[in-house]
Structures are given as C-alpha cells and as structure tokens.
Design a protein around this ligand. Structure first.
Ligand SMILES: C[S@@+](CC[C@H](N)C(=O)[O-])C[C@H]1O[C@@H](n2cnc3c(N)ncnc32)[C@H](O)[C@@H]1O
Ligand code: SF4
Length: 449
C-alpha cells in the first residue's frame, strides 16, 4: 500500500478522500510539498536600508507630509506567556521575577510609543479599522494592563464605533475576569490558540487545559457576541487524521467563525523539542494531506478564505490580517512588531533592546526599508494571491505578465469561480508563498522591448 492510501486507510467519513487524492495527484511533481515557502515581508528578504533612528526620522518626515484621512490598523505586541511551549515558534517568553513590575514597564512603554506616533501628521485623525493585540499571550497582561492600553488607544487615536477590537489568547489565560474586562473595553474578536482538541496531544505539547475547557471558553465568548477564530496546527506529535477531523467538527458544531490552519514549523528555537518527538526526520506529506483534508471540510461547511490559510464564515472579516487587501497602513508597536506606511516597512527589535531604546522621544525601531521597484510591481498581484482569491481582472493581469494562472490551474492550485475569478484551492493555500515567489521571478525577468 502506498503512503497516501495508508494515511487515509481509516479516514473518517467526513473526509473527502477523492478530492484530496485529486489535489495530490494534480501537483504532479511540479510542486513539492516538502519545499513550500512562507510568504515573507521585504525586511525578511533583504537587509534594512536604514537603522532604527534613521528609519524613525524618515517616517516622521513622510508622515508629516501625509494628510491622509484613510483608515489604518493598529497592532500591539505583547511577548509574555506564563510558560514557553516547546512547539512554539512565536517571539514570546516567560518572565522571571517581578512579573507585574515588568508588565507595567512594558505597557507604559507601549503607551509612550503610541503617544509618539499619534503626534505625526494625520495619524491621530485617521479612523482605526482594527486594534489587534497579538503575542505571545496578550491576555497574560491581565485586566488592568489591557484596560490601560485600550484607554491609551482611545485617547490618542480615532477609535470609531466600527473599530474591531481583537486579541489573541489561549484557554489558560482567558479567565472569567479577563473575559469580563475585554468585553467591557470593547473587544469583540478572539483569536484562540486551540492548536488541537486531541487531549493526549494537548498534554504532549504542554497545554494545561482540556479540549472540553477550550470548547466551554468558545461557548462563553460566542454567547457574548464575539467573533471567535481558532488556530489549529497540522503535524503535532501523536496527532491523527481522525482526531484532527473530529476537532474541526467539534469546533464547527460549537459555531466558531473562522479557522487558521498552520503546518507545524520547525525552527532553531523549537528544533530540540521537535527532535525529541521524532519530527525532524519526517517529510511534510502527511501534514499536507491533513491540511488539505481539513480545508475541504471547512469549504464544505461554507467557510471561505479571506487569507490564504484562514477560512471564514459570514461574520468573520478578519480585519487586522486583511489590511493589505484594503490598501490600509499598519501602525505596529512593541517588540518585533512590524508595520507599514505607504511603501515604507519598519520593524522593532526584541525585548531588551526595545526596553532600552523606546524612550527619550523614539519608538525604539530596529530598522526600516522602502519597497523597491520590483516589490512595488509585485504587490498588487501578490496581495490578492495571499488573500486566497483573484478577481477576474487580477487573474488577467497575472496571466498577461507571467502566464502563471494557466500553470496554477493545471497543477490544481487555483479553481475558477462563477464570477470569472479564481479561488486558491487547498493546495494553493499550502503553496501561496511559492506562488508569490513565482510572480516575483516572472516580473523580475527583463520585459521584451
Ligand atoms: C502568537 S501565537 C499565540 C498563541 C497563544 N499564545 C496560544 O498559546 O495559543 C499564534 C499562533 O501561531 C501558531 N504557532 C505557534 N507555533 C507554531 C509553529 N511552530 N508552527 C506553526 N504554527 C505555530 C499557533 O497556532 C498559535 O496559535
Ligand atoms: S504557544 Fe502561546 S503560550 Fe505557548 S509559548 Fe507560544 S505564544 Fe506563548
């Protein structure tokens, strides 16, 4: 029996095995699931053009001359967690002694930074589409700190009745007090790090709360009217196809609004953990099959992509993550946070340098760079790919400039829709970064005279 048949041998009835098989066969060796690429921002692909101080001076000049009144998003990063999970590749850590003091100092620093930015150009007036608090585990900051941050945003920016307040959490940090405080402040969107609902796998990855506790938190927050989106990972140690599918079904039955699917990424920071669990020597095929099976199930339930790896129901506009599709700027504040104003991308450093430099009139940036002419040409074509859907017009533009739409259809990465546009298939979701790299390579070639 081949590996595909063995993997799907006892597949639950909800898995559309023929559809996954079609996707797998359509790749036909042209796309290798072991060589998928993450879509990367410019600062991850080439060195900064300006060190932090210079980047800040340039942004001050750019924004002083910019009287835009268009909406923008705010991202706030909180790097703390109650403990560091072995599998996690996020920038996050456990604080040592004097936790409350460190949290207070950090939140004061974020507020200081917000205040600095709000003084630039029209930033104070521009409507805020979303305030997104990411991590780490922002709910670990506690109710008082969350309140202080929200008050600071409200005092310094144009928070409107339609601003979406969103934050990330896991079930442990989502205590009844935190839920109450978040609701009072105005938070109405939760990104819940579920990872898996298989209890034995949850213990292996260090989750202290059970699947039942997670489902109960989902029920509580949905009952408050929040939009609840969950993060799930394919490829965790001991995870099974049946367990993954049963988890998805339980989440859909609970009424969640959206799902982000990730493959477990192995980086230097979680390599030792991954090796201990025997994950470093295996290929990515089984993770791909699980991912594609899950994606088909989500689509059969009527969820549609609004980001290449996010499937959303009708209430889930996923406002912060979809800011590029709306052409909005992003003001990002805090450790490793990266933002973009127009064609300028900037990023913050890690905790120690951030705490040393985000002071005395500076937001403590690490560096910044402008999109180059090639990145500028790629952006209008790459953004729709990363959103999971190409309109007919964008598909025509990509085809005319690269012929890639025909190729992507041939290998099962795109599916035509009734409006003349295309959706990324589950395989397309897996290979979205490769698709952007292909567009970039095609546009980099010298154009015929
Ligand atoms: C910033 S983390 C916040 C997670 C939250 N603190 C929690 O504990 O659930 C956002 C998401 O990144 C994903 N993630 C973390 N480590 C990952 C890894 N090594 N590979 C793939 N996704 C990962 C998880 O799904 C996680 O929910
Ligand atoms: S998974 Fe969440 S709680 Fe665990 S270390 Fe990563 S960010 Fe922190």
């Amino acid at each position: 029996m081949n590996a595909f048949d063995a993997f799907f041998q006892d597949a639950p009835a909800a898995v559309d095995v023929p559809a996954v098989r079609r996707d797998w066969q359509a790749l036909n060796g042209a796309y290798n699931v072991n060589q998928w690429l993450l879509p990367l921002p410019p600062w991850a692909k080439r060195p900064y053009e300006h060190a932090g101080g210079e980047a800040w001076r340039l942004l001050q000049t750019d924004l002083a001359q910019n009287d835009s009144e268009s909406p923008m998003c705010i991202y706030l990063h909180a790097p703390f967690c109650s403990s560091k999970c072995g599998f996690c590749d996020c920038y996050s850590f456990k604080l040592g002694a004097r936790q409350r003091e460190h949290i207070q100092q950090y939140v004061d620093r974020l507020c200081y930074e917000l205040c600095l930015w709000s003084a630039l150009g029209s930033l104070k007036r521009r409507p805020i589409a979303s305030v997104h608090l990411g991590g780490g585990t922002p709910t670990f900051l506690g109710a008082a700190a969350l309140e202080q941050l929200a008050d600071c945003c409200k005092a310094h920016f144009n928070i409107t009745p339609t601003t979406e307040w969103a934050l990330e959490s896991n079930s442990t940090a989502l205590t009844p007090e935190v839920i109450d405080a978040m609701h009072r402040i105005g938070y109405r969107r939760l990104h819940l790090g579920v990872q898996t609902l298989q209890d034995p796998v949850r213990s292996t990855i260090g989750r202290r709360r059970s699947a039942a506790d997670m489902l109960q938190k989902i029920e509580t927050t949905l009952a408050l009217g929040w939009v609840v989106s969950v993060d799930l990972i394919c490829g965790l140690p001991g995870q099974t196809l049946a367990g993954f599918i049963a988890g998805l079904q339980a989440l859909l039955a609970a009424g969640i609004d959206g799902v982000s699917l990730y493959e477990l990424l192995i980086y230097p920071q979680n390599y030792k953990w991954a090796r201990r669990h025997g994950l470093t020597e295996r290929g990515h095929e089984s993770n791909f099959w699980m991912f594609v099976a899950g994606a088909h199930l989500l689509e059969a339930h009527g969820l549609r992509k609004n980001l290449f790896n996010h499937w959303a129901g009708a209430r889930d506009a996923n406002v912060y993550f979809t800011f590029p599709q709306r052409g909005e700027d992003l003001l990002a504040v805090g450790t490793i946070a990266d933002g973009v104003f127009g064609d300028y991308h900037y990023r913050h450093p890690r905790y120690t340098p951030y705490m040393e430099t985000a002071l005395f009139g500076a937001p403590g940036l690490q560096g910044g760079l402008r999109r180059n002419p090639l990145e500028e040409r790629v952006k209008p074509l790459a953004t729709p790919v990363l959103s999971g859907r190409l309109s007919a017009e964008i598909a025509r533009a990509i085809e005319a400039q690269s012929g890639l739409v025909t190729r992507w259809q041939a290998f099962g990465l795109l599916r035509a829709d009734a409006a003349g546009g295309f959706w990324l298939t589950p395989s397309g979701s897996w290979f979205a970064g490769n698709m952007v790299a292909e567009v970039t390579a095609a546009l980099a070639e010298p154009q015929p005279a």
